[in-house]
Design a protein around this ligand. Structure first.
Ligand code: DGY
Length: 333
């Protein structure tokens, strides 16, 4: 390699596949984090000094202050489809490109959402804990009797690519009736392809046997499922959240589960994660997983490679593959 060639510097803020870091090293001077230290804001800001690009994950908050302290930064590539860790208007104002990793995780995440919904409906975690605790001493007619998934009504809140993947699984694989609510209604052809019918939010809450949340987080969506919404659901219903922490009021959900106002929940994301509301840890009728919906080996590798592709493209004179704010940058690109 010609050492006189200018090589932009890039921060990889979290530990990631070594082969992806090696790819980045072919183009950049890389400051990586193989020990996976969680950088606080001051440390992230400091580490970004002199960097033209950054590889982040959903837990790395990049806001106006971080950007203002690093005017040399040109691109931040998030290894996640969600980007609520980015203050996008601040990116636009600072002229910094933001990218995410859509599409490559759609089917894997839909698989997991469906599995989590099934696990909640059929009480898999609860019954497994019972067995492991050595409490299984007989067959019983009503042992961990849950609710059916096949033929039930699947409600989906947020009908983007992942929501549509879940709808397809429900309608085509399990003969479910699928209803959804989304700010904008899908084109008729898309609705027909996934066998789903748009309803208002109140109808969705009232009619769903299994409600799955797949909407992106925004301040408007904060606690969009709270005590009032939980009260509108069937007492036999399940709630699955693979969207983002903060969309559900976890304290209210813990009460609803404890009081059996809904039957069960499956949660992969939490308000303030990795902390989990203690009320949720205390109730048996919830399946809890640590934000792993997109985590198959192949998909996490594809996400990391896509984030790397975005950095390589932009910092070697090309265009980003999956930009979030191209065309909205108010200053230098
Ligand atoms: C995403 O891609 O937004 C996931 O939540 C990260 O795993």
């Amino acid at each position: 390699m010609n050492t006189n060639t200018f090589r932009p510097a890039v921060l990889v803020a979290r530990a990631v596949f070594p082969e992806v870091v090696a790819r980045l090293r072919q183009h950049f001077d890389v400051d990586d984090n193989p020990e996976d230290i969680i950088y606080n804001k001051a440390e992230l800001t400091r580490r970004l000094h002199g960097k033209a690009g950054a590889f982040t994950t959903g837990g790395d908050r990049v806001d106006a202050e971080v950007l203002a302290a690093n005017p040399q930064l040109r691109i931040v590539a998030n290894m996640a489809v969600g980007y609520n860790n980015f203050d996008l208007p601040a990116f636009n104002a600072a002229g910094v490109l933001a990218t995410n990793t859509p599409d490559v995780l759609t089917e894997t995440t839909a698989d997991f959402g469906f599995a989590l919904m099934m696990a909640a409906a059929r009480r898999m975690a609860e019954s497994e804990h019972f067995l492991r605790a050595g409490r299984w001493d007989r067959w019983a007619y009503d042992m961990f009797a849950g609710s059916d998934v096949h033929g039930a009504t699947l409600g989906i809140l947020g009908m983007g690519r992942i929501g549509q993947g879940i709808a397809k699984r429900g309608a085509l694989g399990f003969g479910m009736k699928v209803i959804y609510h989304n700010r904008s209604r899908l084109p008729e052809a898309t609705e027909a392809a996934v066998n789903a019918r748009w309803v208002d939010k109140a109808t969705l809450l009232k009619e769903a046997d299994h409600l799955v949340l797949v909407l992106p987080y925004s301040p408007e969506n904060h606690h969009c499922i709270a005590a009032a919404e939980l009260a509108q659901m069937k007492p036999t219903a399940t709630l699955t959240n693979i969207a983002r922490g903060g969309i559900v009021d976890d304290a209210a959900l813990a009460v609803a589960l404890r009081e059996r106002r809904i039957a069960a929940a499956g949660l992969d994301v939490f308000e303030g994660e990795p902390a989990v509301h203690p009320g949720l840890l205390d109730v048996p009728n919830v399946v809890l997983t640590p934000h792993i919906a997109s985590s198959s080996v192949a998909t996490r590798l594809a996400m990391a490679n896509l984030a790397a592709d975005n950095l390589i493209a932009v910092l070697t004179g090309g265009t980003a593959l999956t930009p979030l704010n191209a065309g909205q940058l108010q200053r230098r690109a």
